[in-house]
Design a protein around this ligand. Structure first.
Ligand SMILES: CC(C)(COP(=O)(O)OP(=O)(O)OC[C@H]1O[C@@H](n2cnc3c(N)ncnc32)[C@H](O)[C@@H]1OP(=O)(O)O)[C@@H](O)C(=O)NCCC(=O)NCCS
Length: 183
């Protein structure tokens, strides 16, 4: 029987390159990550400050489609895992920010990975890629004022608060980093 053309595709051709940090591998999402991403986004603790949990069935189809399409740079999304231990820890990525007209960085992790500096380490690598090789002039993060963990990540990677901006009707802290801000 003929093999369907996509059966062995690991990730879409348009995906971003792998990024490596001291402890982490950031790589393109693959269909093997699908159920972990659906579980991540169905968790009310993860989605507390980012619009609430997503209904698994509809979200599964959306994520499946996006993985299959690929997400070329600059607006790529990276799956995060330990370098020495495969398995999804979370996601970090770049996307267009309609509110600011700039590129937005975002991060979210499975709760089992919280509190070990994973988001800081991953976000630092993505921000460096954005402001370095990708040549973006600035990157922003929109963060709910109650989201202390996310504020901690933004500040640790060198982003600075630059006012407030509404996002889907909710006022958010605007954090920003330009090429000169990041070591
Ligand atoms: C935000 C999130 C990605 C942080 O991940 P993490 O890997 O636990 O963060 P880090 O360990 O890198 O912490 C960075 C800093 O934030 C602070 N921080 C982390 N968790 C915190 C918490 N619960 N309360 C207060 N500060 C916290 C700490 O100051 C930490 O610095 P430290 O190492 O000096 O203590 C994670 O909590 C998450 O997935 N949250 C749900 C999704 C989300 O809200 N995403 C952000 C949308 S804007």
């Amino acid at each position: 029987m003929a093999t369907p053309p996509d059966a062995h595709r690991i990730s879409a051709p348009a995906d971003a390159p792998d990024l490596r940090t001291t402890r982490l591998l950031l790589r393109a999402r693959t269909l093997a990550d699908l159920e972990a991403i659906v579980a991540l986004d169905a968790d009310p603790a993860v989605r507390r400050f980012i619009g609430g949990p997503l209904e698994p069935a509809a979200h599964r189809e959306e994520v499946r489609r996006r993985i299959a399409e690929g997400r070329p740079e600059p607006h790529a999304s990276w799956a995060i895992e330990w370098r020495d231990r495969p398995g999804l820890l979370g996601l970090c990525g770049l996307s267009p920010s309609e509110e600011t007209g700039l590129t937005q960085i975002g991060w979210r992790l499975l709760t089992s990975a919280w509190g070990r500096g994973v988001a800081t380490e991953a976000a630092r690598a993505v921000l460096a890629r954005a402001l370095g090789p990708l040549g973006l002039p600035a990157v922003v993060a929109l963060i709910h004022p109650g989201n202390r963990a996310s504020i901690g990540v933004a500040e640790k990677i060198g982003m600075e608060q630059a006012g407030m901006v509404p996002y889907r009707g909710v006022p958010q802290l605007l954090y920003r980093a330009g090429r000169a801000d990041v070591a």
